[in-house]
Design a protein around this ligand. Structure first.
Ligand code: AP5
Ligand code: MG
Length: 229
């Protein structure tokens, strides 16, 4: 007979952080991984864009910074992610896409989740050459209604410029324009890339080749997570 003791809790699932520069494919892979593992995907970029669309105080503060390609202040991000992780759907694990982005955020995250500290944390660093990042970001199109992401060459919608799911007209994100992209890449180098060294010794850390096709990158990712590496 199954053990009905209240002490017999299910094994906590993985806490996954996808690290990588803008355009590396974090969002694309996080969405697929979330569906495959049945875990919530927590995308701070999406949360901030929703706040902007809803006209909240957070959105008003974040909007101009995001449009210029600058990072939003650490304490705001630590606040919204901390709140999100306290929801019950995160107890079995989660996939973080776009957070942490600075060492300060990583330190904030370390205080939020005891399972992440207790060996359940898997960090996957997605590497892509700069020229490919520029190609991906300039060709990306986005659904303002459901946040689905497309690419004019690699992943076009079925009907010209319309979202497959919602039928809404696709647009180019303001921060995918040239000046903002340059700023985002510079912010990444200066403030996010140091997390590679930070997590090497504090997690099960892996680097994957994000320059491969979407399915191949996904194969590498699931190999790591399902192979328990
Ligand atoms: P965020 O939305 O997180 O943007 P980002 O990190 O700049 O990353 P992207 O969403 O541009 O790229 P991605 O890696 O998700 O790639 P994607 O899968 O879309 O953040 C936006 C802004 O919000 C920040 O600049 C900042 O202001 C603020 N912010 C968010 N989080 C924050 C935080 N923690 N702290 C402070 N500020 C924060 O793919 C890109 C394109 O490539 C798509 O068109 C896709 O179809 C295509 N593609 C994907 N994979 C492949 C592949 N393997 N081969 C070919 N094409 C591919
Ligand atoms: Mg993204």
């Amino acid at each position: 007979m199954a053990d009905a003791s209240p002490l017999a809790r299910p094994e906590p699932g993985p806490r996954v952080i996808l690290l990588g520069p803008p355009g590396a494919g974090k969002g694309t892979q996080a969405a697929r991984l979330a569906a495959r593992l049945g875990l919530p995907r927590i995308s701070t970029g999406d949360m901030l864009r929703e706040a902007i669309a809803a006209g909240t105080p957070l959105g008003s503060q974040a909007g101009p910074l995001m449009e210029r390609g600058e990072l939003v202040p650490d304490e705001l991000l630590i606040g919204i992610v901390g709140e999100r992780l306290r929801r019950s759907d995160c107890a079995a694990g989660f996939i973080l896409d776009g957070f942490p982005r600075t060492v300060r955020q990583a330190e904030g995250f370390a205080g939020m989740d005891e399972n992440a500290r207790a060996g359940r944390l898997v960090v996957v660093n997605v590497e892509v050459p700069r020229a490919e990042l520029l190609r991906r970001l300039s060709g990306r199109r986005w659904c303002p209604s459901c946040q689905a992401t497309y690419h004019v060459d690699n992943n076009p919608p079925r009907h010209d410029a319309l979202c497959d799911r919602e039928g809404a007209r696709l647009i180019q994100r303001e921060d995918d324009k040239e000046v903002a992209v340059a700023r985002r890449l510079a912010e990444y180098e200066e403030r996010t890339a140091p997390l590679i060294d930070y997590y090497r010794t504090r997690s099960r850390f892996h680097t994957i080749d994000g320059y491969l096709a979407v399915d191949q990158v996904f194969g590498a990712l699931t190999g790591i997570l399902e192979g328990g590496q």
